[in-house]
Design a protein around this ligand. Sequence first.
Ligand code: ADP
Length: 694
Amino acid sequence: MALIKESDDLIIARKALVFQKAETEKLAAELRIANYARSLIEASLDPLVTISTKGKITDMNEAFVNSTGMTRKKLIGTHFFDYFTEPQKAREVYQEVFAQGSVADSPLTLRHKKGKLTDVLFNGSVYKDDKANVLGVVVVARDITDQKCNATKLNEAIVFAELATGIAEEAKRKAESATGIAEDAVKAKQQFLSNMSHEIRTPMNAIIGFTKVMLKTDLSAKQKEYLTAIKMSGDALIVLINDILDLAKVDAGKMIFEEIPFKMALSLSAMLHLFETKIREKNIVLVKEYDKKIPEVLVGDPVRLHQIILNLVSNAVKFTAEGTITVSVRLLNEDEKKATIEFAVKDTGIGIPENKTGDIFKNFQQASSGTSRLYGGTGLGLAIVKQLVESQGGNIHVTSKLDKGSTFSFTLSFQKTNAKAEMEAEIAELDAEIKDMKVLVVEDIALNQLLMKTLLDDFGFECDIAANGKIAVEKIHSKSYDIILMDLQMPEMNGFEATDYIRRIMHSEIPIIALTADVTTVDLEKCKVVGMNDYIAKPVDERLLYSKIIGLVKKPFPANAIAIEENTHNESKKLKCTDLDYLIHRTKSNPTLMMEMIALYLEQTPPLIKAMNKSFQSKDWNSLYSAVHKMIPSFAIMGISIDFENMAKKVQEYASTQKQGDGIHDLVQQLGNICTQACCELEEEFKRIKSANP
Ligand code: ADP
């Protein structure tokens, strides 16, 4: 029994022990949880604090201690709102927590005892005991110093950005207004230049044109000499005006480059044609080397290309007293889309000192101070050439040796095309039937009207004049014409409007050639769009005008009948001195008549050359007079330049007066040479016509 009692005690003791152990474990677990909770609370970077219902601090974490700079001990039991910069506001927030149970994100600022401030968002909620009695408030003061700082920075950045935007907008406004002013100034300058160009060129064209017309009339040698001087000065002035205008255009970035299909070989031939007389006069040789691999039609700006080569060849001719000028055009490389071509103009002239080869491409720069006095010129040509080449993506350079010669070469790329060449200055072959050609000239300037009338009369064409597009339209209604030569700038109705009217309203297909004073800016595209067939630049080259008219009005002459076109491919040769345009025109392309005339020339000329040389040597002035006198009419018929005709007249005059004999010897020699060359060329022509017309 005692044992049983004992064992009951033991059981109780054991149970007590188990209970105690459980309690201890429970306590230990609770302690762990409390420690865990504590460490979480302490780890928080945001200040945490518990406050009694009286507003006194009961507990806090490390972050709160750090924000206030007080010890835990000192904090316990103090009023929590004392640590805020606005204690009253903190108190109100705290009361709100009690009233509402919680408060979220109320902004307040904690103050450190040393003055440092911590911006916080006050989040508080009441905590209660088991019986729901409110014991106090737990406050989490979220530290938003960094956010606030960032927000401030952001705000500042926004303000700055807005300010900067404002400044930029203001600057933009100012820039726009400055650009506007500059653009207006450029426009005004352009307008001025365009007006100037028109105002200067119009009278200049008339001066040159009428001088040309007068040169064809019966004049004494002296008069011819003076008129030739006037014409040369006029030509020089036109070149200068064009140069200055071009330079101004390049400077203003207003240089427009056309993109039109053109035939490179033809364009080059037509251009070199212009130098024939000069080359012959100077007794130098012009050689053309043309790479036949170059595609026939390319897309680019033939007018500018013309201008570049013209400048370089003019210089070569000017600075070369003897020897050869070689113009070579070579295909550098080619792909499906484009062809890159190298152009070179080589001369055997005076050369350029090495230290000057860079300068000569600058405005108004010449190789030496004596250049202008000896050779004339302004030093603008190469500056323009360089700009023209570089603006089209090419480059130019020169190699030169003093007293040996210079080579200017440049490369340009051109787009390839399958299109046909359009609106190009191609000299049309002539037609068999040119009868009663009726031409309407639409031109407002009286001088130009007269000039065109004189030229057309000379061709044997009938010519009516209309002073503007409107009158032209009226005239076309009442009379039929074969072709219209249309000026572009006119009052009332300009050339574009008139052409548009003729094509769209009147549905007329009559050929129209635009007459333009400013071929460098002529809107060829516009001419084409309104339906013009071609254009010609003023001052009008009468041969070009003639061939263009014939080319457009009548069907072309059978290709095998007369072949006056040069064979340019890979072949170097002297330019021709004869041109059968006139003969074809006068004989109405009758091959028999042409052969008769050529045969007569070939029969008469060699004895005349002999007689001229012989009589000059023996000072038999009467025979000299008579030989040269007989030669003179044939120059015009065979298309030999008027300059040689003038030389012959000079010799003739000398033969009759024996005055002013300077240079007569040279003239006689040159006449002999040219007539001999003409005989060779005409012999070939004769054979060609004969074989084409068996
Ligand atoms: P300009 O011929 O009107 O003087 P350019 O700009 O065409 O003006 O040429 C500038 C200068 O370059 C010329 O004055 C001349 O001194 C030199 N120059 C140009 N081309 C040649 C050349 N082919 N041979 C020798 N010198 C040349």
